[in-house]
Design a protein around this ligand. Structure first.
Ligand SMILES: [Zn+2]
Length: 360
């Protein structure tokens, strides 16, 4: 059985190890030592993601979380108020994703302690997840044989299973106009900022439908008050849980840029659209949902299937043939100084993790 005191200590210990994105070495050493002590063979791939294996009986299962945190995430002081863990208010807490890592470690520890038979376990701890799923994109998938798994990295309780997540296209546009003195000869100039504004008013933006969103999050352009702006830059994204809708709106973006560019033949509008991760979308009959639901039921919990608006390592696992679904890790207010971890929910996470490892 999962042990609250041990779990809480693991969580506090991990939270006290600084691991902002790109500086995961200390956290890596700690989890590597802990996994080795539990009998795992630990490997590091070329990006130094942690891939660890423990023999067992049956079909292997993947358990995953990430090692990095967002900023401000240095010198974190976790403070326990009853059942809730918070930072001292000057930093994030780092429950994302240290609650996930702790759940996995406690789940494994309690299975081994019980002496029960268990499945072969593969643990993948990625780096630089918060940097845009960078670590998992470099993961050595040849080392993993599991075809299903769980990513411990979602909001709320462990009963919340993410069954659909979007695909994301990143949109970058560079507009080249022509500079001219704004007071002396403005008619000679072509304002790149005006072209950007023209494009912006024509794009489908915001919530497009229940599974599709888009945003232009940054615009830069111009130099000085009295110069017609020569260049402008736009940075945005389109996301959808439905790949065909993503393609459709991406096409619409291209058409808007082309149409507006045609109005300014002397300007140059270049558009780059690049996919960063692909969507997944499964239903209640999917074997991974079944695996998690059985473990939840055995722990007295009811599964809640949800669609997410964000990508996670799970998107890249799916892309590589591993049906790993995200579940909640007892964390609220991700990426803020108000981030909290609800300890009884983390404990439930470990109870469910233990049952998944046992193949219940
Ligand atoms: Zn996370």
């Amino acid at each position: 059985m999962a042990n609250r005191e041990r779990l809480l200590k693991t969580l506090m210990d991990l939270i006290r190890i600084d691991s902002p994105t790109g500086e995961e070495d200390a956290m890596d050493q700690e989890v590597t030592a802990r996994l080795q002590a539990l009998g795992f063979t630990v490997h590091h791939d070329s990006f130094n993601n942690v891939i660890a294996k423990l023999d067992g009986v049956g079909e292997p299962v993947l358990l995953s979380a990430h090692l990095d945190t967002v900023e401000p995430g240095r010198g974190i002081k976790p403070v326990l108020h009853g059942d809730t863990l918070r930072s001292d208010g000057t930093t994030i807490l780092g429950g994302d994703c240290k609650a996930g890592v702790s759940i996995i470690l406690e789940g494994i520890t309690s299975v081994l302690e019980s002496g029960a038979q268990h499945l072969p376990v593969e643990v993948a701890f990625s780096r630089a997840e918060e940097g845009g799923l960078v670590g998992v994109h470099h993961m050595d998938f040849g080392r993993l044989s599991a075809k299903r798994g769980v990513v411990f990295d979602a909001e709320g309780g462990v009963n919340r299973i993410t069954v659909a997540a979007p695909s994301q296209n990143v949109v970058k546009a560079y507009i080249q106009g022509r500079a001219a003195h704004a007071g002396l000869e403005p008619e000679k100039g072509i304002s790149a900022v005006l072209i950007a504004a023209h494009i912006l008013t024509q794009l489908p933006l915001g919530r497009i439908d229940s599974e599709t969103t888009s945003n232009i999050g940054r615009i830069e352009g111009g130099l000085k008050r009295n110069i017609i702006p020569e260049t402008a830059y736009m940075d945005g994204e389109i996301r959808s849980r439905d790949q065909s809708k993503l393609n459709q709106y991406t096409q619409q973006f291209r058409e808007v840029f082309d149409r507006v560019a045609a109005l300014y033949p002397e300007a140059k509008v270049s558009l780059e659209i690049e996919n960063t991760y692909y969507s997944f979308n499964v239903d209640a009959s999917h074997p991974t949902v079944g695996m998690i639901s059985r473990a939840l039921a055995d722990a007295g919990l009811k599964p809640q299937l949800e669609g997410s608006g964000g990508g996670s390592d799970a998107n890249v696992f799916f892309e590589n043939g591993i049906a790993a679904l995200p579940v909640g890790i007892g964390v609220r207010a991700f990426h803020t100084k108000e981030e909290t971890v609800i300890i009884p929910e983390v404990l439930e996470g470990a109870e469910v993790c233990q049952r998944i490892i046992q193949g219940l």
